[in-house]
Write a protein that binds this ligand. Structure first.
Ligand code: MG
Length: 598
């Protein structure tokens, strides 16, 4: 499949086995509306809705760019296979020698993948549920076997619900097992199979089942077009796929892997993509850049800490960078893989790390994450490529390998002995040391380091204050250039006095820049500050410091404005920092990336 570079309000990014694209946000669409939008406000209210007929105030649908040719992914699709490699896939249920899911062993050539018989079914590493799914397939041109033995495979959504793939061209078999069937349950309405070896296409609308505790409240359902012809119309699954049996539903979450079946026949697949059915199911937040000094540069912001509300802070930073400075921004979140909901306590899953493949800058506010190796690999590759990082607050202890101690990335752990102090100490400049000020009762004043006051990152920065305490810093290497010192204040108000005595003499480094030489000899520009809670971002000059750092890190420090515009975009009501240990708390908040879109 070809890659596109679309200009205008859309952008494509080609990366490994993924293609990601982003479209104009709803908020932007609204902002483009004329002062008096087209429509009416004196018409009757539509029964069952809150909108009037032709309501002028009704939100306009998000703009999505269709593929240039039929069947090609639209701008908001998540590409699962673009014909190049199987990096987005793993072998189902089979572990490698290291105990991790084994790499997918199917053949990839000429833009398609082909079942390597008996290497095992494969599945996507990312999990999803409700979707529009596009998938193209071809059974072997050379016909061997009969009935279920001809070109058998399957598209098994959430690893449970199968739309059968079979050579159904002049091949008798049981109808609920032919191509287009919901296997073992519903035959297709018609048999629209193409001849063996020809490419065929499924377009599927799938809705995951819903459960209340163990009780099924809504069965799974699929609408399937086979070669453009409707073969399943909103058909309900009676349960998960089974052979010669009926299996009842067993409660599960809202997301699962897409599986492709190894049934021993060399069936081929290509051009696989999906779209979440609703915008709130997109597992990251993309905000299109516009005009501005950062135009054309991509910033990925990674939120994932239990305490300092990075899920609030980073979307606001992303909006400031995009709306005022033109950077294209994408925010990733720690997310419960089963529900798709943001959960800062979920240390082991951040969907969308593949966005790092072509990022120009990463801004991270992670704490004690322990990502699966395939997600972490994107981060490690990014650092090894010598790309810049802005670390906020807990980023000094971003990773903690307390479970997967044999991971190839365990040395990135904040407490690593093998690579002393891990990512924090080695790359940013220090790891977790201590609360130097009293946590929750002594706030922090940023004091400009006189010898660095002409540094471009400090341009227009004077008054930095935040309610978080000063962190202890012990190992900062001599090459680090301290921009701000952290002065411990006696209380939680900006007017509070500095504490007398040794705690402020000398003061701890609060913000610094340095260069890190990666394992591959490349040099990363680093900006790090131990401030950065969402409440800290109420400080205009802290926002300015970080925005200036984004310019510096991406090589456009000569364009840093005298006083960068960092005015708040949309709604920003930061929550006071604190842990939320009740396991029911985050699920009850029902936060998704779109919660922070406006
Ligand atoms: Mg099958």
């Amino acid at each position: 499949m070809r890659l596109y570079l679309l200009t205008m309000c859309l952008s494509w990014v080609g990366i490994g086995g993924w293609l990601i694209c982003s479209s104009t946000s709803v908020a932007q669409e609204k902002s483009k509306l004329p002062a008096v939008p087209e429509g009416y406000d004196d018409t009757p209210v539509i029964p069952g809705q809150t909108w009037r007929v032709h309501d002028r105030h009704r939100p306009r649908p998000t703009a999505v760019k269709p593929g240039d040719e039929l069947g090609q992914p639209p701008s908001d699709a998540v590409i699962l296979f673009d014909g190049k490699d199987l990096s987005a896939w793993e072998t189902s249920g089979k572990k490698g020698d290291d105990g991790k899911p084994a790499a997918a062993g199917w053949k990839v050539e000429n833009g398609y993948m082909e079942v390597a018989a008996r290497s095992g079914s494969i599945q996507t590493r990312e999990h999803f549920g409700d979707c529009q799914l596009h998938i193209e397939w071809a059974t072997p041109a050379e016909v061997k076997g009969k009935s279920q033995g001809r070109g058998n495979s399957g598209v098994i959504i959430m690893g449970r619900y199968e739309i059968q793939v079979l050579d159904s061209y002049e091949n008798d078999t049981y109808p609920d097992g032919q191509a287009g069937s919901i296997y073992g349950q519903h035959p297709p309405e018609v048999n629209v199979a193409r001849a063996p070896g020809k490419w065929q296409v499924y377009d599927i609308v799938f809705e995951a089942p819903r459960f209340d505790g163990d009780k099924l409240t809504k069965p799974a359902r699929a609408t399937v077009f086979h070669n453009g012809v409707l073969v399943q119309n909103a058909k309900e699954f009676v349960g998960p796929m089974a052979h010669k049996e009926v299996h009842p539903y067993r409660a599960h979450g809202l997301a699962g892997p897409l599986q492709l079946q190894d049934h021993g026949n060399p069936t081929r697949f290509r051009n696989i993509w999906y779209r979440p059915l609703r915008a709130e199911q997109t597992p990251w937040l993309s905000i299109e850049g516009g005009e501005g000094n950062g135009q054309g540069k991509k910033v990925v912001l990674i939120a994932g800490d239990e305490e300092y509300r990075s899920e609030e802070a980073l979307p606001q930073l992303a909006k400031v960078l995009a709306k005022h400075h033109g950077f294209h921004t994408t925010v990733l979140f720690s997310t419960n893989p089963d529900t798709g909901l943001i959960d800062p306590n979920m240390q082991t899953n951040i969907p969308g790390m593949h966005h790092l493949k072509d990022a120009d800058l990463v801004i991270m506010a992670l704490r004690f994450r322990e990502l699966p190796d395939w997600q972490m690999q994107y981060f490690v590759d990014y650092i090894n490529a010598g790309k810049p990082v802005i670390g906020l607050r807990t980023a000094t202890h971003a990773f903690n390998y307390s479970r997967a101690k044999d991971s190839p990335f365990s040395s990135w752990s904040f407490n690593s002995r093998k690579w002393e102090g891990g990512f924090g100490q080695q790359v940013l400049g220090d790891t977790w040391i201590s609360h130097h000020g009293r946590h929750g009762s002594q706030s922090t004043r940023g004091v400009i380091n006189e010898s660095a006051k002409s540094h471009p990152v400090l341009r227009g920065v004077k008054d930095v204050w935040g309610p978080t305490d000063v962190y202890g810093i012990k190992h900062l290497p001599a090459d680090a250039n301290v921009l701000l010192w952290g002065q411990v204040l006696a209380g939680m108000q900006p007017a509070d006095k500095a504490v007398d005595g040794v705690v402020n003499n000398p003061m701890m480094p609060l913000a610094w820049v340095r260069e890190h030489k990666s394992a591959e000899g490349k040099v990363c520009k680093i900006f790090c500050t131990t401030m950065g809670a969402s409440t800290d971002l109420q400080s205009e000059d802290l926002r300015r410091l970080i925005v200036n750092a984004a310019y510096w890190a991406t090589g456009i420090e000569d364009k840093i404005p005298e006083k960068a515009d960092v005015s708040i975009v949309g709604e920003f009501k930061p929550t006071m920092f604190g842990f939320r240990n009740d396991p029911k708390f985050w699920p009850s908040q029902k936060l998704t990336p779109t919660s922070f879109a406006n």
